[in-house]
Design a protein around this ligand. Structure first.
Ligand code: CP
Ligand code: NVA
Length: 307
């Protein structure tokens, strides 16, 4: 059965651990695995802006011996007159995997219906699972392991990063807190799925509207933009309710000893995070950005080896 990666819990806990171990191996020896030698093609499609995802997938696929066909989805027949599942059927005749940044999660599910090759979510409105693999790799580098660590996300609890950190963190056995303003809560279905995962791994999941409660004793503090791509005109006040959730020196002072600060980037300095914290000694954001490359190479290798 072809494996896909549309959301973080598409990998079982032991599988996530395998991918992260391979990511560390690939970081140490970038060209040691060439599952795409041939070269085989990988379709990499963007319907939203991207810097990190675009560069890391294209370079990573080359390092795996393959060829990335990077396309702006808005220039494809996709969404014009061709259905998503028919697009999946056609692309599967050319490429060994499809990597797609899009809007609704449902669109990725439709691609899976037509595709006979792995489909990878390169960010949707609901999840950003490739980012969270890189986040977990970064935390493991700094802390040595993941299970049992306390990780708090501050910001829009209903966005893709909050959801992926809940699922991905719970899969890794972490204690995940989402600290978000009232009205910006995670999707209840995602919370339930994360709770179910946490029961298997010994992790836990909770939400709070109190940023201080979120910061107290946290080993890892994560934030993200208050306005995700596609939300620019949603009519909500995406500044004032979020101000108390800014990751700044005061919040960081409440954390556990030697905390790790993550941000998937791009950062809005002075909004969700201060310069002092982003550029400070606890920030791992540049390693986190680099690890997109290693984690995605590991993921593609793993998916291609598990048909
Ligand atoms: N973090 C992330 O996905 O960055 P890009 O939007 O630049 O790809
Ligand atoms: N939540 C952000 C992540 C960007 C990488 C967005 O969707 O715009």
């Amino acid at each position: 059965m072809t494996r896909h990666f549309l959301r973080d819990d598409d990998l079982a806990p032991a599988e996530q651990a395998e991918v992260l171990a391979l990511a560390a191996e690939l970081k140490a020896a970038p060209c040691s695995h060439t599952p795409l030698a041939g070269p085989q093609g990988v379709g990499v499609i963007f319907e939203k802006a991207s810097t990190r995802t675009r560069f890391s997938f294209e370079v990573g696929i080359a390092q795996l011996g393959g060829h990335a066909v990077v396309v702006d989805g808005r220039t494809m027949q996709l969404g014009r007159e061709e259905t998503i599942d028919d697009t999946g059927r056609v692309l599967s005749r050319y490429v060994s995997a499809i990597v797609w940044r899009t809007f609704a999660q449902k669109r990725l599910e439709l691609m899976v219906e037509g595709s006979t090759v792995p489909v990878v979510n390169a960010l949707s409105d609901t999840f950003h699972p490739c980012q969270v693999l890189a986040d977990l790799q970064t935390i493991a580098e700094r802390k040595g392991s993941l299970a049992g660590l306390r990780m708090t996300y501050f910001g829009d609890g209903a966005n893709n990063m909050a959801h992926s950190l809940l699922l991905g963190g719970a899969t890794a056995g972490m204690h995940v807190t989402v600290a978000a303003p009232r009205g910006f809560d995670p999707d209840p279905g995602v919370l339930d799925a994360a709770r179910a995962r946490a029961e298997l791994t010994g992790g836990s999941v909770r939400t709070t509207t109190d940023p201080h409660a979120g910061a107290d004793g946290a080993d890892v503090l994560v934030t993200d933009t208050w306005t995700s791509m596609g939300q620019e005109d949603d009519g909500l006040d995406r500044v004032r309710p979020f101000r108390p959730f800014q990751v700044n020196a005061e919040l960081l002072a409440r954390a556990a000893a030697d905390p790790v600060v993550l941000h998937c980037l791009p950062a809005h300095r002075g909004m969700e995070i201060t310069d002092e914290v982003l550029d400070g000694p606890h920030s791992a954001v540049w390693d986190e950005a680099e690890n997109r490359l290693h984690a995605q190479k590991a993921l593609l290798t793993w998916l291609l080896e598990h048909p």
